[in-house]
Ligand binder design. Structure first.
Ligand SMILES: [Fe+2]
Ligand SMILES: [Fe+2]
Length: 232
C-alpha cells in the first residue's frame, strides 16, 4: 500500500506529521478546500478529480494567464493578470512540493531523484517569478522575463504531465488520487501567494516558512489589482 504525506492542521501544522507515517491514511485534514476565486475560461475547475488532470488544469490556467499578459497592450490589464499569474504559480509550486513530490518519493523507485530534480527546476522558476512579480508592467523587462519564465515552466510542466505524474497515477487507486487532489487544494490555503525563492524548499521547513510568509502575502494581496470580476 502506498503511503504518502499526511497533513493535519489545527492551528498550525505539526512538522513531525509532515513525515511519512506507516499507519496513517494517505491524506487527512480539517481545512476546507480553498475557494477558487479565480475562474478562467481556459479550462474547467478540477475539484476532486484525479491528481494528473488537476495538475494539468493548473498548468493550463497558468499558460492562459500568461497569454493574457502577452497579448494585452494595456498596462493596467497586464498588471492585473501579473498578480493573478503570480498568485497561482507560487501556490502551485509549493503545493506540488508539499503534496505531490513526497508521493513521488514514496511510490517511484527513482522518486527521490525525480523529486530533487523537480525541486531544482522549481527553484529556477521561483527565482524568475520573484523578478517578474516585482516588475512594473511598463518595464521593458516585463514581457521578456515572463517569456523566459514560461520557457522553463513549459519544459518542467511537460515532463510532469508526460512522465512523472502518469507513473505516479499508475501506483494510485482512484480514491488515493482524488484524495491527493483534495490535499493539494487544502495545502494551497496556507502557502505563500508570492515567490520567496530563498525559503527552504523541503518539508517540513517549507510549510513553516509558508506559515510565516503566507499571511503577509495575503494582506498585501488585498491591495493588488486583479482581473475584473475576480479576486480583488
Ligand atoms: Fe512542478
Ligand atoms: Fe506543475
Amino acid at each position: 500500500m502506498l503511503r504518502i504525506l499526511t497533513i493535519r492542521l489545527q492551528i498550525a501544522p505539526k512538522p513531525h506529521l509532515m513525515a511519512m507515517k506507516k499507519d496513517q491514511p494517505l491524506f487527512c485534514g480539517n481545512i476546507e478546500p480553498q475557494e477558487r476565486t479565480f475562474k478562467s475560461t481556459a479550462s474547467t475547475p478540477s475539484f476532486h478529480t484525479r491528481i494528473l488532470p488537476t495538475i494539468k488544469h493548473d498548468h493550463q490556467e497558468l499558460v492562459y494567464h500568461s497569454q493574457k499578459i502577452f497579448t494585452s497592450t494595456n498596462p493596467d490589464e497586464q498588471t492585473r493578470y501579473q498578480n493573478q499569474f503570480t498568485w497561482e504559480l507560487a501556490r502551485h509550486l509549493i503545493g506540488e512540493e508539499l503534496v505531490v513530490y513526497p508521493a513521488i518519493i514514496a511510490s517511484l523507485s527513482d522518486g527521490q531523484e525525480a523529486a530533487d530534480r523537480n525541486r531544482m527546476e522549481h527553484q529556477g522558476i521561483k527565482e524568475k517569478l520573484k523578478i517578474f512579480q516585482d516588475l512594473a508592467s511598463t518595464d521593458p523587462r516585463f514581457v521578456p522575463t515572463l517569456r523566459g519564465l514560461m520557457d522553463d515552466f513549459g519544459i518542467h510542466a511537460r515532463h510532469e504531465e508526460d512522465v512523472e505524474l502518469p507513473r505516479l497515477e499508475s501506483m494510485l487507486s482512484k480514491d488515493e488520487s482524488v484524495e491527493m487532489t483534495k490535499s493539494l487544494d487544502r495545502t494551497k490555503v496556507f502557502v505563500p501567494s508570492r515567490s520567496h525563492p530563498h525559503s527552504p524548499v523541503k518539508p517540513p521547513f517549507e510549510s513553516v516558512a509558508g506559515l510565516i510568509t503566507a499571511p503577509i502575502d495575503s494582506v498585501a494581496d488585498l491591495f493588488r489589482k486583479w482581473p475584473d470580476g475576480k479576486k480583488g
